[in-house]
Ligand binder design. Structure first.
Ligand code: R5P
Length: 294
């Protein structure tokens, strides 16, 4: 029987105070549905930023250096990541289901590095993203490449499926070999991706005009890491990106290919969430790694 003892009269109705919900710190998300906002809120922290750890490379590259054994080399980094980006094969086999991280699920695939990479298709059903409890799905969009239209269609298909079940889409600007990663190209690609419905865009940093790229994109832009750079350069790039409007980073090789990946992800985190300057973050890496320079 319900405990009916000590029931006190309700009286704090806040009469005269309008009911409010705080505005979201996530760009462009205030008019989304609840489930989608809840999922985005798992990726982006209260400061509106995220540290996403990307290790989905195997879906077209096989066992890249640093990802030979994800259970040994990458799972230990999870406590310092807000979100983990991987394939369903890796989530189901080596990422502990108890991990509190937001999961960003790779949803496109097809060609390997031996073929034309832009020829991707949607590679999973949205119902599997729901089963996995993904906070978002990720899809490559190859603006300017051979299969541009197909890749845009992959994304819009996922956006429709995601809207039906409350799963956001991360549209990834995949830059073909012959294309230049400048503000003109990245501005074009990010804007197309957002206009066609992605709730988040992932793109590369460019030295000139990145601020305009983020300003013209109506949803959060996350900086992609790219190939491994010297420590200070990688941290400077992350710093510049968030300083110029990015809502965080999605870095892979610049973290997991380091001599001390756990130290590096903490250094990246200090830049994204604690506003550390690049040299401060590099010093933190050196301190935590016991003097590593690589
Ligand atoms: C590539 O398409 C994948 O989405 C990777 O997750 C992405 O490139 C980020 O990894 P990295 O920082 O190593 O470039």
């Amino acid at each position: 029987m319900a405990d009916l003892d000590s029931i006190v009269e309700a009286k704090d109705y806040g009469v005269g105070r309008p009911q409010t919900v705080p505005a979201s710190p996530i760009k462009g998300s205030d008019q989304l549905d609840f489930g989608m906002r809840h999922r985005l809120g798992r990726i982006f922290q209260h400061d509106g930023r995220t540290v996403m750890l990307a290790f989905d490379h195997g879906y077209f590259q096989g066992p890249t250096r640093g990802l030979e054994r994800i259970d040994l080399n990458v799972v230990p980094l999870a406590p310092w990541a807000d979100a983990l980006m991987a394939t369903r094969g890796i989530f189901r086999t080596v990422v502990p289901a108890e991990s509190p991280n937001a999961l960003v699920l790779r949803a496109s695939g097809g060609p390997s590095i031996l073929k034309e990479l832009s020829d991707e298709r949607v590679a999973m059903d949205i119902s599997d993203a729901v089963r996995i409890d993904a906070a978002a799905v990720a899809v490559q969009v190859f603006i300017g490449s051979e299969h541009e239209t197909q890749s845009v269609h992959n994304m819009t298909q996922l956006v429709d499926a995601g809207l039906a079940v409350g799963v956001p889409v991360v549209g990834v600007t995949a830059v073909g070999r012959d294309l230049v990663r400048d503000a003109r190209y990245l501005g074009l690609a990010t804007r197309i991706i957002a206009e066609l419905g992605a709730q988040v865009v992932k793109t590369y940093y460019c030295d000139e005009g990145f601020e305009q790229v983020t300003a013209a994109c109506p949803v959060p832009v996350i900086m992609a890491g790219g190939k491994k750079l010297p420590v200070l350069e990688a941290l400077t790039m992350a710093f510049n990106a968030v300083d110029q409007g990015a809502s965080g980073v999605d870095m892979g090789r610049n973290i997991f290919q380091r001599k001390d990946p756990i130290a590096m992800i903490q250094a990246v985190r200090s830049v994204v969430h604690d506003h550390a300057k690049p040299q401060e973050a590099a010093d933190l890496y050196a301190e935590l790694s016991g003097g590593a320079t690589d």
